[in-house]
Design a protein around this ligand. Structure first.
Ligand code: LIP
Length: 264
């Protein structure tokens, strides 16, 4: 299987993202009816339509590629290319009109991260990265912050829909880090939170129980900007792993040390 030009792959991904963003922006002036996938896990017709537009744009160029998408699931082929799609990350925010949601499209080749695209909305900002070529926001190269200690840091986290052991454990972490930092935010869209760490708006992010589509693109953008990424135990992060920690690297060891007493 021949390698496809990375710029071509990125351009098709961006085209898919922008087409879906039109669907989402058009929907913001309409009532946002939602149905429940779980107690607090919402889905809207706009999530489904955004996903259809992204998949048809990708399929029109790469009909044989594999796709994993939040609403329609997996379509695995022989291809080594796997597109991992979240059509609206931060759906709860979108439903309520809270201004932090976006589109996340990651591409993996042979199970390794290749490129990532996150479109932050409604204040539109496009984050992109190709493995080995750095990370960009609106075409400008991005770097993480240079904050060196937790007591000077602003962090962000999130809470999953299943209010079980990890959710309770994260409430304890939230309390502890709120106590020893300049603050912890909970904004509701992992892909946006991760891009904010990648460009230095926050100094670190952590979360339990994310789905691959919440973080696949963000992970590539954050690692290409120079962030450090592990799980909460300090081990290499895995897309199907239980937890993720992304920092500017300078506060990472202190963050892990402060987390340790709260981990199972
Ligand atoms: C959301 C994530 C968020 C997490 C939520 C949910 P969704 O994704 O972006 O970080 O805290 O539980 O998983 O469901 O809006 O695509």
């Amino acid at each position: 299987m021949s390698h496809i030009n990375n710029d071509n792959l990125l351009n098709v991904g961006i085209e898919a993202c922008l087409a879906a963003s039109n669907v989402i922006m058009d929907a913001t002036s309409l009532p946002r009816a939602s149905s429940h996938k779980g107690k607090t896990d919402l889905v809207t017709e706009t999530d489904v339509l955004s996903e259809k537009v992204i998949k048809s744009t990708i399929r029109s160029e790469f009909s044989d590629h594999s796709i994993m998408a939040e609403e329609s699931g997996k379509e695995i082929t022989q291809s080594k290319y796997l597109w991992i799609i979240d059509p609206i990350d931060g759906t709860t925010n979108f439903v309520h009109g809270y201004p932090s949601y976006g589109i996340s499209i990651g591409l993996y080749y042979d199970n390794k991260p290749l490129l990532g695209i996150v479109l932050e909305m409604p204040n539109v900002k496009l984050y992109t990265a190709i493995k080995g070529y750095g990370a960009f926001c609106e075409g400008e190269k991005i770097r993480p912050s240079s904050t060196t200690s937790l007591n000077e840091s602003l962090l962000v986290t999130g809470f999953g829909y299943d209010h079980l052991e990890n959710w309770k454990r994260n409430m304890e972490l939230f309390k502890h880090f709120t106590d020893i930092t300049q603050g912890v935010r909970r904004l509701g869209a992992a892909s946006i939170d991760i891009c904010h760490a990648a460009c230095g708006i926050v100094d670190g992010y952590w979360e339990y129980d994310l789905k691959p589509w919440d973080m696949a693109a963000g992970i590539i953008i954050a690692s290409e900007s120079g962030c450090r990424i592990t799980d909460l135990n300090g081990y290499d992060h895995e897309l199907e792993g239980e937890s993720i920690v992304i920092t500017n690297n300078l506060i990472h060891d202190e963050f892990l040390a402060e987390s340790r007493p709260y981990l199972n």
